[in-house]
Design a protein around this ligand. Structure first.
Ligand code: ADP
Length: 397
């Protein structure tokens, strides 16, 4: 009998899932239910290289889960599911590692919802639905924030009244932890070094983007903060900004706090700068065609990233490698080249040919033999969640 883990990443209007075989560690079935809560929900599946999609009769999370179960049954995979792993964005200070879900864990995830109001309530919906549908199975929560709980106080505290930290949890939490954990493990293997002896700066560059300093496999600093708005330039988020902008735009434009927050989260970043698109690939095409707005937006993105990578080396004290991952990190040779060329003083020397080769799933080293290594690594957050889930459920992998 095959054994697999169902990995669920539940958003407010979407449910992404993957069925991971515990022996091969490959995804056997993946899919995405979208527009949940709207009129026309739909779900798509990918199995054995074939894709298909269907409308959902009721566009809600329970209906999506029913459709997944029906497909698992059709493919004779339902009995292979031995445990369910859930991605949870915010675990606050409570969760320093993944946890088997019980009533106490659910209550803690609920408490953290004020720190991630868009994400945690959606995750709880997914957790409750899965618990109803798979009542006998161990369910595990894997937190984006947990990996960064190893940061020292000097890295995670803001210079604001301590009372805000003590009473309201105002501090830097960091995100993308599941990806960082996977990618640093892979990098250590690729460089043939024990993870405990590595000091990496890792950049996870997707629609949301962050970088982290990871020493001996533990996060010691990262660019995202209380929320995923801080740090790098992102698709539609500003990243670092003078908080004085809130007062200034209130008087200039009459915007309230929500108005400015919305502007910084949804209308800024690559989209705001380029006035063209939030999508890196589209901007790269436009930049290569000579569009000055696209070139400028990508220059600002790469300069900010290079500046943060250099700053993060302070937390490491040395640099064994720079790791690129996420949709942009894994594919944009254009941006990687711009970033590495600004980091020559840290000992990085780009290998242009290798950089051009590392796209669309090809991972590897993109610096010259005598350079501090920069590596492209394909992240696999689903696999990481499945491995944690299998371990906590006592399954062998
Ligand atoms: P998310 O954070 O939503 O998971 P992804 O990790 O999938 O996002 O990354 C999405 C980003 O990756 C988009 O900006 C997209 O343009 C970019 N990207 C994907 N493929 C390429 C490519 N070939 N060249 C440049 N950018 C790419």
């Amino acid at each position: 009998m095959k054994s697999s883990i169902l990995v669920i990443n539940c958003g407010s209007s979407s449910l992404k899932f993957a069925l991971i075989d515990t022996t091969t560690q490959q995804a056997v079935l993946t899919g995405l239910a979208e527009k949940l809560g709207l009129e026309q929900g739909q779900i798509s599946f990918k199995h054995a290289g074939q894709k298909d999609s269907q409308a959902l009769r009721e566009a809600n999370h329970a209906a999506a889960m029913h459709a997944i179960i029906a497909r698992l049954r059709e493919l004779d995979l339902l009995d292979s599911v031995k445990a369910v792993g859930h991605r949870v964005v915010h675990g606050g200070e409570h969760f320093k590692a993944s946890a088997v879900i019980d009533d106490t864990v659910i209550a803690e995830i609920e408490k953290c919802a004020k720190l991630a109001p868009l994400h945690n309530p959606a995750h709880l919906l997914g957790i409750r639905t899965a618990m109803q549908q798979f009542p006998g199975l161990t369910q595990v929560a894997v937190f984006d924030t947990a990996f960064h709980q190893s940061m020292p106080q000097q890295a995670y505290l803001y210079a604001v009244p301590m009372q805000l930290y003590r009473e309201h949890g105002v501090r830097r939490y960091g995100f993308h932890g599941t990806s960082y954990r996977f990618v640093t493990g892979e990098a250590a293997r690729l460089l043939n070094k024990p993870l405990e002896e590595t000091a990496f700066v890792c950049a996870h560059l997707g629609n949301g983007a962050s970088a982290a300093a990871i020493k001996g496999g533990k996060s010691v600093d990262t660019t995202m903060g209380l929320t995923p708005l801080e740090g790098l330039v992102m698709g539609t988020r500003s990243g670092d900004i003078d908080p004085g902008i809130f007062g200034y735009l209130a008087s200039e434009l009459g915007l309230d706090v929500n108005g400015v927050t919305d502007l910084l989260n949804k209308k800024s970043g690559l989209l705001g700068l380029s006035e063209l698109s939030s999508d890196c690939r589209e901007l790269e095409d436009a930049a290569l065609a000579g569009q000055p707005e696209a070139i400028l937006a990508l220059d600002i993105f790469s300069y900010r990233l290079a500046k943060h990578i250099a700053a993060l080396t302070v937390a490491l004290g040395r640099l064994d490698g720079v790791l690129f991952t996420g949709g942009i990190g894994e594919n944009s040779s254009y941006l990687r080249a711009r970033v590495i060329k600004q980091l020559g003083f840290l000992g990085l020397q780009l290998d242009e040919a290798a950089n051009e080769e590392c796209i669309r799933g090809k991972a590897g080293r993109i610096t010259t033999a005598d350079s501090v290594p920069a590596l492209v690594i394909n992240t696999d957050e689903e696999l990481m969640i499945a491995l944690d889930t299998a371990q906590l459920a006592g399954l062998s992998v």
